[in-house]
Design a binder for this molecule. Structure first.
Ligand code: PLP
Length: 376
């Protein structure tokens, strides 16, 4: 059987071989990082080395890193732990933000998916209640970046805290958390080529946070429970490798741009979302009007190409994308988008195979009935 063409890095990246080795090695070593004996101290050293690696990825100090079970837990901890009764969230946040901040006020985005700063400014002045503002660094469906520096400035001017979900952006673009001034930042290992089920909330100095998981004093009291040391070791190494992998990002960008320009030449009815603004180098969100995203994903799957429906949710079901709807896309477009995302193992052959399979479906659907009669 031929190898599948994997173009779904924003869902999860293949684990890097060096990371798999480091995780296996860490699993073979005994020691609880909280134990005071020699093996415990060695485990503790490994934990702290990984903390340094993760902190370096986002320009933070190691003491700011709180390890969690992933990006979802980091987002939950940020929103629940900050304890602000007023929460403002962008309309394009991941479900792990939207579902936690249930009564949040929504900050709308423009047609490119970028937060409307003027509306955020208005929302911030209508109440004296200090808020928590949640805006992601880059969107998981479209890759579109948000103006985080401006958002931080506006929010801080009004006494609000800023939480930034950087799960998709970390490792794909340079992030300097301390320069940005963000108060809380979420990260996830498996988007970087690390193991699944591990992540971090990076907490700026002086930010008051209540733990969600209570018990022992691990993670400076912010997250109780014996740490997932093998996972954390893998996360640390994946973070370190990603930091020096700018060539991977450049390659992803070349592949993504080639895919988009060849696709638009051959399929003028297609729509690429977020193409006119700064976005992640590896992500393309493409709508093929008239064909449900689920149908496209299944048809590509049969051709051995793995992508996501732009609107896939974690249960595997496909629904209309709230991100594209927030950008003003009609129902048809919002339910016919797929997400193609590249990463460290992608190559030019992947673009060819994807385009052949996608264009076959497009041509079958969009060719004029008279052409079909002739062909028959
Ligand atoms: N935030 C964003 C933007 C994501 O894309 C994801 C995962 O797809 C998450 C959070 C959740 O991360 P995790 O899978 O580590 O829970």
């Amino acid at each position: 059987m031929t190898e599948p063409i994997y173009l779904d890095y924003n869902a999860t990246a293949p684990v890097r071989p060096a990371v798999a080795e480091a995780v296996a090695e860490a699993l073979s070593v005994t020691g609880n990082p909280s134990s005071v004996h020699a093996l415990g101290r060695q485990a503790h050293r490994r934990l702290e080395d990984a903390r340094e690696q993760v902190a370096a990825l986002v320009g933070a100090a190691p003491a700011m890193v709180v390890f969690t079970s992933g990006g979802t837990e980091a987002n939950n901890l940020a929103i629940q732990g900050a304890g602000r009764s007023r929460v403002l969230v962008s309309a394009v946040e991941h479900d792990s933000v939207l579902a936690v901040a249930e009564n949040a006020e929504i900050i709308p985005v423009d047609e490119n998916g970028v937060v409307k700063l003027d509306v955020l400014a208005e929302l911030l002045v209508v109440s004296d209640e200090p808020a928590l503002v949640c805006v992601m660094y880059a969107n998981n469906e479209t890759g579109v970046f948000q103006p985080i520096e401006e958002i931080v400035k506006l929010a801080h001017d009004h006494g609000a805290l800023v939480h930034c979900d950087a799960v998709q952006a970390a490792g794909k673009t340079e992030i300097y958390m301390r320069r940005l001034g963000v108060d809380l930042m979420s990260l996830s290992s498996h988007k970087l080529g690390g193991p699944q089920g591990v992540g971090a909330l990076v907490v700026s100095d002086g930010v008051k946070l209540s733990p969600m998981v209570r018990g022992g004093g691990q993670e400076r009291g912010f997250r109780a429970g014996t740490e997932n040391l093998p996972g954390i070791v893998g996360f640390g190494l994946a973070a370190e490798i990603s930091m020096t992998a700018s060539a991977e990002v450049s390659k992803s960008k070349l592949l993504r741009n080639e895919l988009e320009s060849r696709l638009m030449d051959a399929a003028p009815k297609a729509v690429i979302y977020g193409r006119n603004v700064d976005r992640l180098a590896n992500t393309s969100c493409i709508a093929m009007p008239g064909i449900e995203s689920e149908t496209q994903v299944m048809s590509l799957d049969l051709a051995g190409v793995m992508v996501s429906a732009g609107s896939a949710c974690s249960s595997g079901k496909v629904r209309t994308s709230h991100v594209l709807t927030a950008m003003g896309a009609g129902d048809e477009a919002a339910s016919s988008a797929i997400r193609v995302s590249f990463g460290w193992r992608s190559d030019a052959g992947d673009v060819d195979v994807f385009l052949a399979a996608w264009l076959e479906l497009y041509t079958r659907h969009h060719e004029a009935p008279s052409d079909r009669a002739t062909a028959a």
